[in-house]
Design a protein around this ligand. Structure first.
Ligand code: OW7
Length: 401
């Protein structure tokens, strides 16, 4: 009887988290969802959502109850066919996930990242020198996109041709975690050729020796993966490795243009750069949401969630939960921002986070040497996406040191 009552009294919201209005300014909606209750029923989609830090964290940590193999978007792979073959790491549970994750954890280990640093630092300095000499540029196309599109495919071992397919593919992947709305339709309009190009780059024959991509194929020779699985994990690199860092770098530039005193603090103390990136991820999370699917009925803070239900986890709302953070709506590079949910946590916690940190630290360090301040020469324009939060254009002028 108690659980029936709990079900009857469940908090309900009519909001559409994938509408343009919500995506443009999600923060008031995040607050409303956090305050509505620990778990809230979203009428529009017939799903549950969690927006408080504690509940998001608990769900991400309990993979046995909140699984990934039914998809980490709105679509339930057990009820409708996925738009592409599922990822064997993101959209997988143990034991498959354990085996694939072990390979990528090794390939992206601290020792492996150390080898990349020299090249990433040099490329960052070259790019920033060119942009500072120009004074005015688009923070997105000329920096936030240009840098990851150079260093990451190089690190994976991709040839130069056709790299313009990488951003459209990422847009497709991240929009497809949401509903089949206008954003999804627009992103998947040219799906065929873009998908074909991506898949053509996932084979052993397409990859340079010794780089991250070929290291996945080395795991086939060691008996850890099949040849097909190796190709699917290269696809994971190309799906998860570009847009995430593009949006993260763009959000960092936006934060330092909007809060110039924070850039001054950083320039005066470059030791804060590492923590400043965590604060950007907390404050303007490039990845806003992921879903899980329940594997059994579960009671969360007095609310009963049934078996096989979709749960929308609001990473970005957890990042500004006043139950967890002091002055959550203040961008403060001195704060201890670790514990944010932007990289997730638990067994699916971002396996590439050291690469993301490497890229951002390289860029922020190069900027700190040469840029006294950033000025917006026009209004930044948002690029809406069902999962990612970021910009289409950030018109900038830099004042050199
Ligand atoms: C994949 C950022 C989360 C992702 C995102 C998109 C695709 C994949 C992984 O990680 O294909 O494994």
């Amino acid at each position: 009887m108690a659980s029936d009552q709990a079900t009857l009294s469940r908090p309900v919201s009519t909001v559409d988290p994938f509408s343009h209005e919500f995506l443009r300014d999600p923060y008031p909606h995040h607050e409303a969802l956090r305050e509505a209750g620990p778990v809230v029923w979203l009428e529009k989609y017939g799903i549950w959502t969690m927006a408080r830090h504690q509940e998001v964290r608990d769900a991400l940590t309990d993979w046995q109850t909140y699984c990934s193999s039914a998809g980490v978007g709105l679509s339930d792979f057990r009820k409708e066919p996925p738009w592409r073959p599922p990822s064997i790491i993101l959209e997988a549970d143990p034991p498959l996930h354990t085996r694939t994750r072990a390979v990528l954890t090794r390939i992206l280990s601290p020792a492996a990242i150390k080898i990349l640093r020299e090249t990433f630092d040099r490329e960052a300095e070259l790019l920033i020198d060119r942009l500072v000499d120009r004074r005015e540029f688009d923070g997105i196309a000329d920096l936030a996109e240009a840098y990851p599109l150079k260093v990451f495919p190089d690190a994976v071992g991709l040839s130069e041709d056709g790299r313009e397919n990488l951003l459209p593919y990422g847009s497709m992947v991240f929009n497809s975690f949401g509903p089949r709305n206008d954003l999804f339709d627009k992103a998947t309009a040219n799906a065929g050729p873009v998908r074909d190009w991506i898949m053509s780059k996932c084979s052993r024959a397409a990859l340079a020796p010794g780089r991250l991509g070929m290291q996945i194929f080395d795991a086939v020779d060691a008996g850890e993966l099949t040849e097909n699985e190796a190709g699917m994990l290269v696809r994971s690199f190309l799906s998860a490795g570009i847009d995430t860092t593009v949006y993260g770098l763009g959000n960092a530039l936006y934060c330092f243009a909007a809060y110039p005193e924070q850039w001054t603090i950083l320039r005066e103390n470059p030791a804060l750069i590492r923590g400043a990136f965590e604060e950007v991820l907390r404050f303007e999370a490039p990845v806003q949401t992921f879903f899980r699917t329940t594997t059994k009925a579960v009671e969360v803070s007095g609310v009963r969630i049934g078996d096989g239900e979709k749960v929308l986890l609001f990473l970005a709302a957890a990042n500004r939960d006043p139950r967890r953070w002091d002055k959550p709506d203040t961008f403060d590079v001195r704060r201890r921002a670790t514990g944010h949910m932007t990289f997730g946590t638990g067994i699916h916690g971002c396996v590439g986070q050291a690469v993301a940190r490497l890229e951002t630290e390289a860029i922020l360090t190069a900027l700190a040497k040469r840029v006294a301040s950033f000025e917006l020469t026009g209004e930044p324009e948002r690029r809406l996406n069902n999962t990612l939060r970021g910009f289409d254009r950030i018109p900038l002028r830099v004042v050199p040191v």
